[in-house]
Every structure is written in structure tokens, then in C-alpha cells.
Write a protein that binds this ligand. Structure first.
Ligand SMILES: [Ca+2]
Ligand SMILES: [Ca+2]
Length: 367
């Protein structure tokens, strides 16, 4: 017979009154923990790995409060926290969701996830497969780009005929052609989204070496929603000197894989959407071969003027005219830089025209 003796040494724990769980209450002498009870800062779903599933999990407990462990900090180390009185829909204690340990679950907890992203300890559970029918696809702003342009990839979830039902959060890994995207050239915006209202949990993590960006969006009101269309958009700035990469049209692929969907639990999801763009490096734009899509005026709406993109360097003198919606000319001049000052205009819609020897281009601008 063999005897195995487990000896567990526990330092003296001085734990506060567990029945009064208020935000901001620190358990200064309670830093030790055992096994599954330990909180790792950023591992919101307590599966042993910090990744985008933790961002989705955060959304479930958003706004909830409980005992803090604020003396523990957010560095990757286990720390003790008494159980909170609240749990997630799939019965995980909310103490794990308070990633920075300040006693409140909110967007500040993304800092701990971001700092500890990809760190793990040995404990990773397989996520079960989503059985529903969920359509996801990418929509690019145009299919041809030149160097220095920004590609906008709209993330589209659900279609009019096949709406996404009862969704609380969504994540996808998006592959992009890293050799043609500038370093630090990836960013995102989640303010236009049927899935999330205010962008508080809109998160992305870029892996520029491998050309993958992981995108996560989660609601924060404990209420799943149904809908279809845009849930967010990602921006990719194309390298501004493609000469080194050779001339000619190059087909570039944007594709997705490895999704996660959050309902009342987190499921893995097969996502297979890809779309192709052409980067043209054979034909630099000149005044003679502009396409309407080359010329952009921004911002819209503008405040004190607009900037132009896509027509410089100028090959000839160009004039501009501004008309109001009734066709009356408001201003005109010679284009000297990429900025047209437009102070003092009333709010409304205007038409900007740019004129050269054999071109006439109109852009609608809004103040
Ligand atoms: Ca985790
Ligand atoms: Ca927190």
C-alpha cells in the first residue's frame, strides 16, 4: 500500500467580512490562494489563458461590483479573492472578471487583458462548437488600392434574410497581407455597430509578424440582441512605397477564421470569409488618369475646412469651387495645398468641384 500525503501550507488569511461585499473594499492580507480559486489578472473566464474569450466574458459581468484585490496589481501572478455574490450566465464567479482587481467590472479591466494577452498557465478548456447558423463576411470600401491608401474592412454579421439571433458578443481572427500593410498600420472602430451600442468593449490585438488581428466586441448590459449588418470596421494602411515590392497589380487576400460567439456561454465558430483586393503599383495616379475613387475629401462633416487626398503631387494648376445646395458659388480659388479652408460656413451640404485641363470632379462635403 502506498500512502500519498498532500501537505498544503497556507499562510494565515485575514479575510474581511464576506457578507458585506462592496466595491473598493481591499483584502490586504488575503493574497494567497489555492488552485482553481486563484485569480490571474486578465484571465476573465478562468481557463488558464488570456485571449479574446476573456474580453467576451468581461461583457457578461459589466458593471457588477464585489470585493477588490487592488493591492495585487495586474502583473501575471495568482492572487486570492473571496467569491463575489454574483456570477456569469454560465456560473463563473464574477471575481475572475474583475481583471484589474479594483472591485468593479468595466472597460478598465481591458488593461489587464491587454498586458497579459497570450500568457497562460496549464489549464485550458476546449470551447464547444456553436450549432446555430451565423453568417459573417467582410466588406471592403473598394477593390483597388494604391500605395498609402487605407483599406476599410467592414465586419458584417448576419444578413437581412438570415439575421444573427440572440448574440451578446462576437470575435474573429482576421488575416491580412502583412507585407503590404504598414507597421502599426492596423486600427479599428466599433462605434457603428448593431451589436454594441457604445464601443466600451470593442477590442483588437494585432500580431503584425503573422498578419493576424483578433477583434472582439461584447455588449455590456446583460441583454443579447438580434440584428444584421455592420458590427465594426478595421483599417489597414498600405505601405507608402511599393516600389521595393515590384510593379504591377498584386492580388491581396483578407480572410477570416477561428470565430467565437458569446450568447449565454462562449462557443467556437467556423468563420470562413475572404475577400480580395488589388493593389496597383503599375500606374501612379496623375491628373490625367484619376478615378473618382482616388480623390477623397475629409473629414466629413468638416469644421473649418477639408483636406484632400489622392491628387498630389499636382501635375498642373487646379482650381476649386464650393457651391451650396442651391447651386450658388460660395468660394473659389487655386489649389495650393491639400487643405481648403472653409471657415464661417453654415451647417449643410456643399459641393466641392476640382477642375483641371481635362478633368472636372465633384465631391459632396458636409458641415
Ligand atoms: Ca481566459
Ligand atoms: Ca476592475
Amino acid at each position: 500500500m502506498r500512502f500519498i500525503t498532500f501537505i498544503i501550507l497556507i499562510s494565515t488569511l485575514t479575510i474581511g467580512n464576506l457578507s458585506s461585499q462592496t466595491a473598493g473594499q481591499a483584502y490586504i492580507n488575503a493574497q494567497n490562494c489555492i488552485g482553481n480559486d486563484c485569480v490571474y489578472p486578465g484571465d476573465a473566464n478562468n481557463d488558464g489563458l488570456v485571449n479574446r474569450a476573456d474580453v467576451l466574458t468581461l461583457g457578461w459581468g459589466y458593471g457588477k461590483t464585489g470585493p477588490s484585490r487592488s493591492t495585487a496589481g495586474i502583473n501575471w501572478a495568482p492572487s486570492y479573492c473571496p467569491d463575489w455574490i454574483t456570477s456569469t450566465p454560465d456560473s463563473l464567479n464574477n471575481k475572475y472578471l474583475d481583471c484589474n482587481g479594483d472591485g468593479t467590472i468595466n472597460s478598465n479591466d481591458l488593461d489587464a487583458i491587454s498586458q497579459n494577452y497570450s500568457l497562460s498557465y496549464l489549464k485550458y478548456e476546449i470551447v464547444s462548437q456553436y450549432e446555430g447558423d451565423l453568417e459573417f463576411y467582410l466588406e471592403l470600401n473598394t477593390d483597388t488600392f494604391i500605395e498609402g491608401d487605407t483599406i476599410i474592412a467592414k465586419l458584417m454579421l448576419g444578413t437581412e434574410l438570415n439575421q444573427a439571433e440572440d448574440i451578446y458578443g462576437f470575435s474573429v481572427a482576421l488575416s491580412y497581407p502583412e507585407h503590404f500593410v504598414k507597421d502599426d498600420g492596423v486600427s479599428g472602430d466599433f462605434m457603428t455597430s448593431w451589436l454594441i451600442d457604445n464601443g466600451e468593449i470593442g477590442f483588437y490585438r494585432d500580431f503584425p509578424q503573422s498578419g493576424v488581428v483578433e477583434v472582439v466586441l461584447s455588449r455590456i448590459d446583460q441583454t443579447p440582441v438580434s440584428g444584421y449588418g455592420q458590427i465594426g470596421e478595421m483599417y489597414f494602411i498600405i505601405e507608402d512605397n511599393l516600389d521595393e515590392k515590384g510593379f504591377g497589380d498584386i492580388n491581396l487576400n483578407f480572410s477570416t477564421g477561428s470565430g467565437l460567439v458569446s450568447t449565454t456561454q462562449i462557443y467556437s465558430l467556423d468563420v470562413d470569409a475572404s475577400t480580395e483586393v488589388v493593389i496597383s503599383n503599375s500606374e501612379k495616379p496623375t491628373v490625367n488618369n484619376w478615378k473618382p475613387s482616388d480623390i477623397l475629401a475629409y473629414p466629413t462633416p468638416f469644421v473649418n475646412g477639408v483636406y484632400l487626398d489622392g491628387i498630389f503631387p499636382l501635375k498642373e494648376d487646379l482650381t476649386f469651387h464650393i457651391y451650396n445646395i442651391n447651386g450658388q458659388e460660395i468660394k473659389k480659388g487655386v489649389l495650393k495645398s491639400n487643405h481648403i479652408p472653409l471657415e464661417g460656413l453654415n451647417n449643410g451640404v456643399y459641393i466641392l468641384t476640382i477642375n483641371g485641363t481635362d478633368m472636372h470632379h465633384e465631391i459632396k462635403i458636409i458641415k
